[in-house]
Design a protein around this ligand. Structure first.
Ligand code: GLU
Length: 419
């Protein structure tokens, strides 16, 4: 990890707390996760050996509903990173007004070094280790960096074994066969697409505006395909192995096929460029869809896009944010631009709890509607208070969480003081 994501999240919360004139005790409540768990995750390697790696699950806030957020498998996962990501999830669910709080989990491991059987052993072991802290009414994991449907299916199945009864609502992002929602796998991309289209229109960017996307995973890959189909020109993409560029626009279907066949976008027939040069490509729209801290001060100085839509969590550092603001580059923050995934996760959880199955069209329409409304809310708060979009999003989200905390704890404290 290149940045302290927890500090970044707390700094953003403070900017909203100052703007809202928040009581100190509410601010202190937001600064600390409600609950954090650090566990050992032993798993069996294919050679028969048992290996042990660290895992985490943090519920930052349950003031507005059960905690909600993904599970990340990455070598850079630490307790503080997970706490920071959980904090951002609380704000994210509040900005788009879901009846959920925020949480996150992760395992410090390089999943690319593991076989399928090792991954399954690891994921099931992690589920057993955190089983007492998760549940459909408590804390609901989902996919995040390097995890997807099959990991969620293993988690749901292992949770059912541990508790003795199937409860599909314990995790979201499952396969449809295991109770997943249609449209969940491409939801983060679909939500970000709505943000890009609406913002580009508002900023009067050309219909075939050039787009650069950093990251070709859960969010970046389907987003590239969607924007290309919409008529945008995707001129640069990257993954963890490198970056490629074509000023005429890349054939995204072919790039995806190359990645599926050979493991990386770098094998596609296009100009290979240095990863740091990707962010400085000539374009109108830049979408960081990889890891936190991707755009620091040096990169911010070189950005040529007019619009940044944050599909990743925490991709822009504090210093970079100030520079982008001075350079009048519009940044639609992660807590909204990456919220599509958790919105459809919420739909999945609601379908599981009510034993319903929604059509793909119904899911897509409801997602688009909620993204549009939230974006309108955001621009309205920004205009009314004369704030940049990130601070406005924090004011909107943190204000909603603070109201719920005051309602819950404020009453407890009042009762205690009266007795
Ligand atoms: N990992 C995704 C996020 O960061 C999705 C979380 C969820 O669906 O709960 O927003």
């Amino acid at each position: 990890m290149t940045i302290d994501l927890h500090q970044l999240a707390l700094h953003s919360i403070d900017s909203a707390a100052d703007e809202l004139g928040m009581a100190d005790w509410v601010r202190a409540t937001l600064h600390q996760p409600e609950r954090s768990l650090a566990v050992q995750v032993p798993y069996r390697a294919d050679d028969g050996a048992i290996r042990v790696v660290p895992g985490y699950r943090v519920a930052h806030s349950m003031a507005r509903g059960p905690a909600k957020g993904g599970t990340r498998f990455h070598m850079d996962v630490t307790a503080t990173e997970v706490a920071g990501l959980a904090t951002l999830m609380s704000v994210k669910t509040a900005v788009v007004d879901l009846p959920l709080g925020g949480g996150k989990g992760g395992i410090t491991v390089d999943p690319k070094q593991l076989s399928e059987t090792e991954l399954e052993s690891l994921t099931r072991s992690y589920t057993r280790a955190i089983a007492g802290s998760i549940g459909p009414d408590l804390d609901i994991p989902a996919p995040d960096v390097n995890t997807g449907q099959r990991h969620m299916d293993w988690m749901a199945d292992e949770f059912a074994r541990v508790t003795g009864r199937p409860q599909p609502g314990v995790v979201t992002g499952k396969s449809t066969a295991a109770g997943g929602s249609l449209g969940r796998d491409t939801a983060t991309a679909a939500g970000c697409r709505t943000v890009v289209i609406a913002s580009a229109r508002r900023m009067e960017l050309p219909a075939d505006a050039r787009v650069v996307i950093q990251g070709f995973g859960n969010a970046g890959a389907p987003l590239a395909a969607m924007l290309a189909a919409d008529g945008f020109r995707v001129v640069g993409v990257s993954d963890s192995r490198g970056a490629i560029h074509d000023p005429r626009g890349l054939d995204i279907g072919a790039v995806a096929a190359t990645k599926a066949a050979h493991g990386s976008v770098i094998h596609h027939d296009a100009e290979l460029i240095a990863p740091e040069d990707l962010l400085a490509l000539d374009c109108e729209i830049l979408v960081p869809a990889a890891l936190e801290g991707a755009i620091d001060a040096a990169e911010a100085e070189r950005v040529r896009a007019r619009l940044i839509a944050e599909a990743a969590n925490g991709p822009v550092t504090d210093r970079a944010d100030a520079i982008l603001h001075d350079r009048q580059i519009t940044v639609v923050p992660d807590v909204l631009a990456s919220a599509g995934g958790v919105i459809v996760s919420c739909f999945e959880w609601q379908q599981n709890q009510r034993e319903e199955r929604w059509s793909a069209r119904y899911v897509a329409d409801r997602l688009e509607q909620r993204m549009r409304h939230s974006l309108d809310d955001l621009w309205a708060v920004a205009a009314a208070r004369d704030l940049d979009l990130r601070t406005a999003a924090m004011v909107l989200g943190v204000g909603r969480i603070a109201a719920a905390i005051e309602e819950r704890h404020g009453l407890d404290v009042a009762r205690e003081l009266a007795s």
